[in-house]
Design a protein around this ligand. Structure first.
Ligand code: ZN
Length: 83
C-alpha cells in the first residue's frame, strides 16, 4: 500500500481515487505511517472497494432511475393504447 501526505498537512491518504489524494508536493511512504491521522474518505473508499462486486454495484444503482423512467413511459404508452 502506498501512503501519501501533502507537504504541510497531517493527514495521510492511501486511496488514489480520494478527492484529496496529493498529486503534487507530497511525501510518499510504502508502509503505514504510525500515529498519524488517516483520511476518512480514503477509509470509506477502501471499505467500499472491498465489498464483493455484486454487492457494491454503484453503477447499477445509478441506472435505476433511468430504467424506472423508461418503465413508467412504457406503461403510459400501453394505457393510451388500450383506452
Ligand atoms: Zn484521502
Amino acid at each position: 500500500m502506498l501512503y501519501r501526505r501533502a507537504i504541510g498537512r497531517e493527514v495521510w491518504h492511501y486511496h488514489p481515487a480520494c478527492s484529496q489524494w496529493p498529486r503534487t508536493n507530497y511525501q510518499e511512504y510504502v508502509t503505514k505511517p504510525r500515529a498519524e491521522p488517516v483520511c476518512q474518505e480514503c477509509v470509506a473508499r477502501r471499505q467500499n472497494q472491498s465489498l464483493p462486486i455484486s454487492a457494491s454495484a454503484p453503477r447499477f444503482g445509478n441506472k435505476r432511475p433511468v430504467l424506472a423512467a423508461l418503465w413508467s413511459r412504457l406503461q403510459a404508452a400501453i394505457r393510451r393504447k388500450w383506452r
